[in-house]
Design a protein around this ligand. Structure first.
Ligand code: SAH
Length: 247
């Protein structure tokens, strides 16, 4: 039902949770499971807990990093019990379902879940375009991993029942994470060459990257930004050469 929506589980500790997550996905029509550095996989406990969804385990993709698991995705939603990254746009669970279904008509989408003990780390949240927290008891809203998967997959299913495919007129196409990272590297290189990063901490670069992640330029806007940088790089080079000649 959802060929372009994947569920990514980062470094799951208990193999039983992988099985339960697969079952939760299948009951809601999702099939694509990505496992980033699972602690034990394949594992008999995972198969046992998957019950009738063990086919999802057979086709699961095992990756070495979260970046690898979401490189081709343009919408990456990180699920955390507590919202830790202040600068990422937050979605409600309902919006998560709606946006995932809408964007999956024309782009790859990932819902990402963290480790049982420590959740998603900051460097992983940095690859997300959005974050979602399932609300609940303010004193204890930490769901079991597979139950969190169940709830967001349910929202995806529910949204799909309510929505019509969007018309092409209102469609905006967003770049993949790979393309955004390529742009950010280009910008950093140009800033470095301009001397702007002299003495500046790497935090400034990380901040700029978060800004672009939050602003979410579409493919055309990102192209425009890249050509602006290339132009300025050429201009800078020309000035440098002129200065060298006059010396
Ligand atoms: N101590 C960890 C809890 C991890 S629970 C932490 O503070 O993050 C394992 C995973 O389940 C989380 O990384 C998250 O992806 C998901 N999860 C659990 N409860 C959630 C909630 N209330 N909202 C969104 N995701 C949740």
């Amino acid at each position: 039902m959802f060929p372009k929506i994947r569920i990514v589980l980062v470094q799951t500790f208990h193999p039983g949770n992988i099985g339960s997550a697969a079952r939760a996905m299948k009951t809601m029509g999702l099939e694509r499971l990505y496992l980033v550095n699972p602690v034990s996989y394949p594992d008999a406990e995972a198969t046992r807990m998957a019950a009738g969804a063990s086919d999802l385990l057979d086709t699961a993709q095992v990756c070495e990093s979260m970046q690898e698991a979401v490189a081709d995705c343009s919408l990456v939603i990180g699920a955390s019990a507590r919202l830790r990254n202040q600068s990422l746009t937050e979605l409600t669970t309902r919006q998560t379902g709606t946006q995932a279904v809408q964007e999956s008509h024309h782009a790859e989408v990932a819902l990402v879940f963290g480790r049982e003990r420590t959740g998603l780390h900051n460097e992983e949240l940095a690859f997300c375009t959005h974050q979602v927290s399932i609300p609940g008891n303010p004193n204890y809203n930490i769901l079991n991993l597979a139950q969190a998967v169940q709830l967001l997959c349910y929202e995806v299913f529910q949204a799909s029942q309510e929505q019509q495919p969007p018309s092409t007129a209102e469609q905006r196409d967003y770049p993949s994470l790979d393309a955004v990272l390529g742009f950010e590297q280009h910008l950093e290189k140009a800033l470095e060459a301009s001397g702007m990063l002299k003495g500046a901490s790497h935090k400034s670069v990380a901040r700029l990257n978060t800004l672009f992640r939050r602003a979410r330029p579409d493919i055309q806007e990102l192209g425009l930004l890249r050509s602006m940088i290339s132009r300025m790089e050429k201009q800078g080079l020309a000035c440098q050469q002129a200065e060298e000649k006059s010396e």
